[in-house]
Design a protein around this ligand. Structure first.
Ligand code: FES
Length: 160
């Protein structure tokens, strides 16, 4: 299955509608990009030129700003974001192995998304529940005291 989510005519029309609210307001690039992302889950690449035209910028300028901000994404993300903690406590209690197993189960490297757009895999710094190390967060739920068996169960039943 092709990972790229297709942007329909209706999507482009909606993007133009959002962009029109900010016409010629260069300061609004970030809030505008955030608004598109809120609605689509990411910033479809086709929207870059639409934004550039409306704000009177070059597409490369828009692209540059969007790639600069870690919270803005130009690729579709999974419905569930899996975050494996790479903080010290998790690391010393086997976090590295847990990450390796999660990668194997999902068939992903860090930053990648499954073709069915179910999962995106990321690592995070300490999430503040070191007593439960090693930890994984799926969506907004923390799974503590992870071990190989739990990783298997979590992704077998489509956890989160
Ligand atoms: S190091 Fe993982 S929760 Fe603190």
């Amino acid at each position: 299955m092709d990972k790229a989510k297709t942007t329909t005519e209706a999507d482009l029309a909606r993007i133009s509608e959002i962009v029109a609210e900010y016409s010629q307001q260069r300061w609004a690039l970030i809030p505008l990009a955030q608004k598109i992302q809120e609605e689509f889950g990411y910033i479809p690449p086709q929207s870059i030129s639409i934004i550039a035209r409306a704000l009177g910028l070059f597409p490369s300028q828009v692209q540059g700003v969007i790639s600069f901000y870690e919270q803005l994404y130009t690729e579709p993300r999974g419905r569930k974001i899996v975050r494996v903690c790479r903080g010290t406590a998790c690391h010393v209690r086997g976090g590295k192995t847990i990450l390796k197993l999660v990668k194997q189960h999902l068939g992903l490297e860090e930053g990648q998304t499954t073709p069915d757009l179910e999962y995106t895999l990321e690592t995070v710094a300490c999430i503040g529940v070191c007593a439960l190390a090693p930890n994984i967060v799926v969506g907004d739920r923390v799974y503590g005291n992870m071990n190989p068996k739990k990783v298997e169960q979590l992704f077998k039943k489509g956890g989160g």
